[in-house]
Write a protein that binds this ligand. Structure first.
Ligand code: NAI
Length: 329
């Protein structure tokens, strides 16, 4: 009864794009009931490379893959789009000032947000992966005033999954038996991994682990600095795990989260937990019937409250730097 789901992937020729597209085509993101119409957006100089990926996608003979379009046109890429993964961004180059980086990305995400507002389906779901992801999501949202603000998310799921991965390694318990982890705030090293409400095999995480010094020290800093550690080890940034997290995020958005669990999403704050309205902030949330509900009644420790102030200040700093460019977010 339904046509294919139109999925736009920006930065499609990049590392995360390459790791994500084949799994999307295989049904890992949207389930195996619905077919997929893929739109790959790239900058002009990378369109050829994206064409190569499109050839490989065709060679995958995926039963669910109905169409692949490669383009450098925003209008073509976002026309009728149902799900947008905004992965492509301006990377930080040697010697580049933070303000120049923010300005370059502000331009990209303003243009993409505007194109989404003009051409995408009115219920489009947007997940921003390209860094600085939270602020880029706020910028895209501001450029698409006719689309519900709650539909613009930044990816904090990699941070969330990293936290679960660390708890799993420490305890030997499989990831699916670790629930209710939260990573508050920004996708930067000011993020606040929080296990105060987490359960491991049904036992409160702190009780199970019996090592608060590790949880508040090494665990939290390993999760927050994992990206840099991976670059050091691999000589390249985390791509497959980022693609995996994007797929997890959208799958939960479309198909829901388990009733007794939650995941971390970042969407514009409505003022929950005292977070200034409009900051795209990592929070615990559950998805049901295609919509997210922030879990809004958690008690936070003094420690989490103090660290949360710092990640709010970090995001306010990014927001103010963008505002200084004359962009209203
Ligand atoms: P990459 O450099 O391999 O690929 C990026 C691709 O984006 C390139 O092919 C480039 O041509 C394209 N691109 C740049 N500007 C574009 C535009 N305006 N329109 C369309 N395409 C554009 O980078 P990779 O590894 O795929 O990472 C992509 C982004 O994801 C980076 O900003 C990275 O920092 C971020 N990231 C975010 C994570 C998160 O947890 N939120 C985790 C890991 C990476």
């Amino acid at each position: 009864p339904f046509g294919p789901i139109r999925v736009t992937v920006t930065g499609a020729a990049g590392n995360i794009g390459y790791a994500a597209l084949f799994r999307i085509a295989a049904g890992a993101m949207l389930g195996r009931e619905r077919s997929v119409d893929l739109r790959l957006l790239e900058v002009p100089q990378a369109v050829d490379a994206a064409e190569g990926t499109a050839m490989e996608l065709a060679d995958g003979a995926f039963p669910l893959l109905r169409n692949i379009t490669v383009t450098d046109s925003l209008e073509t890429a976002f026309d009728g789009c149902d799900v947008a993964l905004l992965i492509g961004a301006m990377p930080r180059k040697q010697g580049m000032h933070r303000s120049d980086l923010l300005a370059a990305n502000a331009e990209i995400f303003t243009a993409q947000g505007r194109a989404i507002g003009e051409h995408a389906d009115e219920n489009v779901r947007v997940l921003v992966v390209g860094n600085p992801a939270n602020t880029n999501a706020a910028i895209a949202r501001a450029a698409a005033p006719d689309i519900r603000g709650d539909n613009f998310h930044a990816m904090m799921r990699l941070d969330h999954n990293r936290a679960i991965g660390q708890l799993s390694s420490r305890t030997g318990v499989s990831a699916d038996k670790i629930a209710r982890v939260t990573v508050w705030g920004n996708h930067s090293n000011t993020q606040v991994p929080d296990v105060d409400h987490a359960f491991i095999e049904g036992v409160p995480a702190r009780e199970r682990i019996q090592d608060d010094a590790w949880l508040d020290g090494e665990f939290a800093s390993t999760v927050a600095n994992r990206g840099a550690e991976i670059i050091k080890a691999r000589g390249a940034s985390s791509a497959a795990s980022a693609a995996n997290a994007a797929i997890d995020h959208v799958r939960n958005w479309v198909l829901g989260t388990p009733a007794d669990d939650w995941v971390t999403i970042a969407r514009p704050s409505h003022g929950e937990y005292g977070v200034p309205e409009g900051l795209v902030f990592g929070m615990p949330a559950r998805s049901r019937d295609g919509d997210w509900h922030v879990v809004s009644d958690l008690e936070r420790s003094e420690r989490v409250l103090r660290l949360t102030e710092a990640t709010i200040a970090d995001l306010e700093g990014e927001r103010d730097a963008v505002r200084a460019l004359g962009i209203t977010i």
